[in-house]
Design a protein around this ligand. Structure first.
Ligand SMILES: [Mg+2]
Length: 224
């Protein structure tokens, strides 16, 4: 457990959603895998990991490229998503919270620490995934992947810069919680103090944790 003195207190906490507050990443990966297999291409573990943290259109473009490389023809963006989306919708409503996530959000609220969501997921997808988790309603300030004010998705720093701006906090005074390569790059470039949540050592081995980022095995280690 990190001690309070070591960590200090942030002006605000900026949370990624998938893989940080909700354990959706294995389900997201399964939906991409099943969709790719539908078009004749099985993805490997490193390909699936590289999709983490990125917006759905960016992932779809990447997966179409892999399918074209493997099979000689691409299903096209729309056809791929038409196969993938029903799978994802069915799987993701069952995503459990990450250990310690609900308690950390509650503690931020009790301590008056402002919170924002900085997610690559589109608003409609977040609403579906969050429906079984009323504690997520405590985070009212949100930047979605399809946010009209967003100029670029992770790994661009824009989602974190926009989230901090909406809380009227300086990014350098914010703590950002991330789990993916794209998300870590985004949060570090935004200038936040960054915590990398790496509960899974196998997945973590493929992650390059940028300098200055604190690695957590669980959100239970956050002393707030
Ligand atoms: Mg994530």
């Amino acid at each position: 457990m990190l001690q309070d003195g070591e960590m200090g207190t942030p002006a605000a906490c900026l949370f990624d959603l998938d893989g940080v507050l909700l354990d959706t990443e294995p389900l997201q990966a399964l939906a991409w895998q099943e969709a790719a297999i539908h078009f004749g291409c099985a993805l490997d573990a490193s390909q699936l990991l590289s999709l983490r943290g990125r917006r759905r259109p960016d992932c779809a473009e990447q997966v179409c490229h892999w399918i074209r490389t493997a099979t000689g023809s691409s299903p096209g963006f729309g056809a791929l998503l038409a196969v993938r989306q029903p799978l994802a919708d069915r799987l993701l409503v069952a995503a459990p919270p990450m250990p310690g996530a609900e308690a950390l959000v509650q503690r931020c609220l009790e301590r008056g620490i402002p919170m924002a969501l900085a997610t690559s997921s589109a608003r409609a997808a977040v609403e579906r995934k969050a429906a079984p988790h009323p504690w997520l309603d405590l985070i009212t300030v949100r930047v979605y992947g399809d946010d009209p004010e967003l100029r670029g998705g992770k790994p661009s720093p824009e989602p974190f810069l926009l989230a901090a701006a909406r809380l009227r906090a300086a990014p350098a005074d914010c703590w950002a919680f991330e789990d993916s390569q794209a998300g870590l790059q985004a949060a570090v470039t935004a200038g936040c103090r960054v915590f990398a949540l790496v509960p899974d050592l196998a997945a973590g081995a493929a992650l390059t944790v940028p300098e200055g980022v604190t690695v957590l095995r669980s959100l239970k280690e956050v002393a707030l």
